[in-house]
Design a protein around this ligand. Structure first.
Ligand code: FES
Length: 328
């Protein structure tokens, strides 16, 4: 594959006519990994609340690249590629952990929480035999660093030095909406959070959404064959006084902020090959929630949660598209 080589001819009708080839072409997928996931974009890694204490570590991904996010002993957040500088083994094996330092299980190279190498086992060998060369310099080796920036408790990373500052990448409109909806709540203070972004304006501008039935199924007590046996699934309260009850916004390339009824979630995507994607969900509520409100949020996750009725419908349809477009 040559740099700049055209892999797909886009139809002249414009961006709304996506060639099926892009969903299953291996070369396009590999170029996405290189130019997007290892390129100059910010990607969601985790929330600060995942690593509240010094020594806390979580694993994440940037595309297919495995990543470690760590809270250092001074409170700073670092991210690094989860690949030992020795022979490339995964260093962090658990999805979350609390450690003093990171040690590779293969040959026990040990790293500080900023990814720098602190020591290696048997550097001088055993009984004068083996070991590393005399001029081996521990400080010349480390886990590959990932640039990190946080915004409103969200941790983003990029592998490129050319990625613009996160605020610029998100843009003033998305940044303002995320900030506005926090209402002073900060994740790292162990508060829960809410993110929403006005979709109402989008709806009003787009007649298609006013008239079309986007999903085939309707749920509720009054929808005939689709009536719910447990209508409490739709129990909700008006949480904000701006009247917005549904808002799902995507930040390219791997994260979606969901606010539907009172179901607050972050979804992020991990590509696992040309025909496989893992979708992670983080569900949130406020610390101030009453027990009834917490129960309602949990109940609603059966609608738009990882195994919720609506989410399952979406997942099923997406799989139909993936299977139908193979070879397109
Ligand atoms: S691969 Fe990690 S110490 Fe050898």
């Amino acid at each position: 594959m040559e740099a700049g080589e055209v892999l797909v001819r886009w139809p002249e009708e414009g961006v709304a006519r996506v060639p099926f080839q892009v969903f299953s072409d291996r070369e396009i997928y590999e170029r996405e990994q290189q130019r997007i996931f290892r390129g100059p974009v910010w990607q969601f890694l985790c929330i600060e609340q995942d690593i509240p204490q010094p020594g806390d570590v979580v694993t994440s991904w940037m595309g297919e690249t495995p990543v470690i996010v760590a809270r250092d002993h001074d409170g700073a957040i670092h991210a690094m590629v989860n690949r030992c500088a020795h022979k490339g083994a995964l260093v962090a094996l658990k999805s979350r952990d609390s450690v003093k330092h990171l040690t590779c299980v293969y040959h026990a190279w040990s790293y500080r929480l900023d990814g720098s190498l602190r020591s290696i086992a048997f550097q001088k060998g055993v009984n004068g035999k083996g070991g590393m060369p005399e001029d081996f310099d521990v400080s010349a080796h480390r886990l590959q660093p990932v640039r990190v920036q946080t915004f409103c408790g969200l941790v983003f990373g990029t592998l490129s030095d050319e990625t613009p500052p996160l605020g610029e990448f998100l843009g003033p409109r998305m940044s303002a909406f995320i900030e506005r909806n926090y209402g002073g709540i900060v994740l790292s203070d162990r508060k829960w959070h809410h993110i929403s972004y006005s979709k109402r304006a989008t709806f009003n501008l787009d007649k298609e959404y006013l008239t079309a039935e986007v999903h085939s199924a309707k749920y509720g007590a009054k929808h005939g064959d689709s009536a719910l046996e447990g209508p409490e699934l739709l129990d909700a309260w008006e949480e904000f006084d701006d009247g917005i009850t549904h808002s799902i916004q995507t930040v390219f390339p791997n994260v979606v902020f969901q606010f539907t009824l009172n179901s607050l979630a972050i979804r992020f995507f991990v590509p696992k090959g040309v025909d496989k994607t893992e979708l992670m969900w983080i569900f949130l509520g406020y610390e101030r929630d009453t027990p009834e409100q917490s129960a309602m949020r949990i109940m609603q996750s059966n609608l738009t949660g990882a195994a919720g009725l609506v989410a399952l419908e979406d997942g099923c349809i997406n799989e139909f598209v993936q299977r139908g477009t193979v070879g397109g």
